[in-house]
Ligand binder design. Sequence first.
Ligand code: HEC
Ligand code: HEC
Length: 255
Amino acid sequence: MGKRRWQSVYFRSLVLSLPVLLALLALPGPSRSEEGGARGRDVYEKYCIGCHGEKGDGRGEAAADLIIKPRDFTLGLFKFKSTPPGSLPTDEDLKRVITNGLPTSAMPRFRLVSDDEKEDLIAYIKSLSGRWKKGTPERRFTEVVVPDFVGTPESVRKGERLFAERCRRCHGTKDSGPPATFFLRWGGEDCTDLVRPANFNYGVIKRGPRVEDIYLSISAGVDGTPMLSYADLLSEEQRWHLTSYILEIMGKVRR
Ligand code: HEC
Ligand code: HEC
């Protein structure tokens, strides 16, 4: 009798669990980016948490001592992008920041983190803000070719004139640094996180070491700061003349 009873219970539970089993099979497993995000959390804890914080809100242990604060990833807002103001950055934009760091700020470059680990880190960063679920990056400044005239004395001269009209009040002159500081716009009314206009006398900018990085910062702007996108305010040629003059201040024009 005992055996028979057992059989019927076994049979019944099998029949009952079959639809559950089928339903489970039909559920999607974790997607590639979700798995990458989970691995990315491990890499994040190793290298980034001290500044960007446990929750990714930029409030890591070291943040209190930094004047320019680490990025708050929960906002999904970024400064150095190849996309128009307000748009999300591309994965390549984020990868470039992790690889090169942001010179003149505390953000280090991570040369020893492998490409796979960088991809996982990017998936993790993207999981921290709902912005990525709603939108995609709007590609705009992806193909940039430096024209031959950049760095010629005539282009430097034209750039100098434009710079005096449009840029000097924030960036200062060749001999003196920026006269002004501002607050980051993303932090709300009472935000005291500082942003400083780039000081080109340092010979480096945050976005990177290439000539086109200067042009990209002028064209795409620096989100969250008073540094506008000049793509619709100045012609392409004018933006390249400004690039020439900034190269000159940075001591990078070859003679
Ligand atoms: C020593 C502190 C420090 C560490 C460690 C650090 N960061 Fe940062 N990070 C910063 C600071 C400061 C900024 C903001 C700089 C600025 O706005 O000029 C920043 C900005 C960023 C940005 C935003 C770039 C943009 O376009 O707005 C990204 C992405 C980033 N960090 C990723 C990482 C990742 C990934 C790691 C770990 C592999 C990491 N950071 C480790 C300090 C740090
Ligand atoms: C209202 C102030 C203001 C004006 C005007 C201004 N900038 Fe800026 N600019 C900034 C600030 C602030 C930053 C720094 C953003 C940061 O590092 O967070 C900056 C950064 C930059 C950078 C460097 C970005 C990087 O990658 O580090 C370049 C290049 C630049 N500006 C060029 C220009 C040019 C060219 C003009 C004139 C056409 C100009 N700026 C006008 C405030 C200004």
